[in-house]
Design a protein around this ligand. Structure first.
Ligand code: CMP
Length: 456
């Protein structure tokens, strides 16, 4: 079922569901994300700096709470994606939500601040102010929004992961710094300057970062038992986190350009092998140049390897797209029927030849013909003393041996790097019988070439 994005999903007379990918849903999720980040930053600060408990923050908290309640209602009314299909069964949607995020979302939405005001408790003097931290449970469910970042087309998955990692590290550091202020962690003595919430927070964040990253300058050190215990815990978290972060960053960097790192690894293996087997320098250079060409023209990817895993229909579409150049270039393909083009495209195999390579050798038995995609080839006689022709993009060769089952009538040599498409004899024969127009063109070309060679 394909549901157009930007619409509600009608559900057999029931209240319509919201499409999970519709624009309003995405905007709403971004809004919830911003509110959650604001509350994650402000809630711990309200707990530590009592003077910050202003009306503005109370208003923010109320907006946050109302947002979270509305978000719960929306989640029960939004379709979910399963195997790229939108599930519209309300029972499944509810079950999934309750199983995953409902508990965290409901705790985050409880109006604690209202309870305090209603009960007349001075939030500043009671432990109740800690309840505001329950809002942070919303971080659990916004992970699903953050996961969506992976699906954004304009950002590489590796970069998205990097941004997420930095996001979580900053949040963790903020919470740890807040904890340090709460247990009244020591401050650097700066005479004559009255500490402000800003300077206290900045120092605590500085202490957190130096401890978490295991740098630990030692300029701010614990003094009481509680501070020592807190520092030990943060150091342990830091040690574990450090390994995790370094491992992740190494992995992310390696994945930023998978093609390049894979290709580089392949090149290193090849050059080690060439050196180990004492290959002549000139040969080594030719091989390196060949791989450079492969990198330049196709980023080292093997077309056939990628096509191999695709289902038949997709394979045809991809082949048609990849081979559109050759179809446009070869005159005999230009006006051919779509069935013929499809069949040809599915059976053409891309091959690359380096300068000076003999693609076809005079007198050998031929089992394939070639279409030139990019590059030039020279047609020569047996000992390369007579030059017959230069063929270029859009032309083909090797058809005589296939048509007449005779040995090759000439040697064909690559002039520079050549991107060719190879068509095997078996396919060639079966296509000839079914597509007489193609057979006529190829036969005409073969006849011309044979005449030029003085064979008819
Ligand atoms: P085949 O004999 O299979 O292998 C060598 C190919 O060179 C041959 O098919 C033709 O496609 C091509 N060829 C031979 N002679 C000429 C020529 N004079 N001009 C262009 N192409 C030629």
């Amino acid at each position: 079922m394909k549901i157009p994005i930007n619409t509600f999903i009608r559900n057999n007379g029931q209240i319509p569901l919201i499409h999970p990918d519709c624009l309003c849903r995405v905007v709403w999720e971004i809004y919830v994300l911003i509110i959650t980040i604001t509350i994650t930053i402000s809630a711990p600060l309200r707990v530590i700096f009592l003077e910050l408990d202003t009306t503005l923050l109370l208003v923010c908290d109320t907006i946050g709470m109302l947002t979270y309640i509305f978000d719960i209602i929306l989640k029960f009314n939004t379709g979910i994606l399963q195997h790229l299909e939108v599930v519209t069964d309300r029972r499944i949607i509810a079950r999934q939500y309750i199983k995953k995020y409902f508990l965290w979302d409901i705790i985050a939405a409880i109006p604690f601040t209202w309870f305090f005001s209603a009960s007349g408790m001075e939030s500043a003097n009671t432990l109740f102010r800690f309840f505001i931290l329950f809002r942070l449970f919303k971080l659990v469910s916004i992970t699903s929004t953050l996961q969506r970042a992976h699906r954004l087309k304009f950002i590489k998955p590796a970069f998205a992961r990097m941004i997420l990692l930095v996001f979580w590290i900053l949040i963790a550091a903020h919470l740890i710094a807040s904890g340090w202020i709460l247990i009244d962690g020591p401050r650097k003595e700066i005479t004559g300057i009255e500490p402000t919430p800003n300077s206290i927070y900045l120092e605590a964040y500085y202490w957190t970062v130096t401890t978490l990253t295991t740098i630990g300058y030692g300029d701010i050190t614990p003094e009481t038992s509680t501070q020592f215990i807190y520092t030990i815990v943060v150091m342990l978290i830091g040690a574990a986190l450090y390994g995790f972060i370094i491992g992740n960053i190494a992995n992310i960097i390696a994945n930023i350009d998978v093609a390049k790192s894979k290709f580089r690894e392949r090149m290193e293996n090849i050059s080690t092998f060439l050196q180990y087997r004492n290959m002549p320098k000139s040969l080594q250079n030719r091989i390196t140049k060949y791989y450079d060409y492969l990198w330049e023209t196709r980023r080292g990817y093997e077309e056939s390897e990628i096509l191999h895993d695709l289902p038949a229909l997709l394979k045809t579409e991809v082949s048609l797209f990849l081979n559109r150049n050759i179809i446009e270039r070869v005159p005999i393909f230009k006006n051919a029927s779509p069935e013929f083009i499809r069949e040809i495209v599915m059976n053409l195999e891309p091959v690359v030849y380096a300068p000076g390579d003999n693609i076809v050798i005079y007198g050998e038995q031929g089992s394939e013909m070639f279409f030139i995609n990019i590059g030039k080839v020279e047609v020569l006689n047996e000992d390369a003393s007579i030059y017959y022709a230069t063929l270029t993009s859009g032309q083909f060769f090797g058809e005589i041996a296939l048509l007449l089952s005779t040995p090759r009538t000439a040697t064909v040599k690559a002039k520079g790097y050549c991107d060719l498409y190879k068509l095997e004899k078996k396919t060639f024969d079966s296509i000839l019988t079914r597509y007489p127009d193609f057979a006529k063109d190829v036969e005409k070309q073969a006849e011309d070439n044979r005449r030029k060679l003085g064979l008819t």
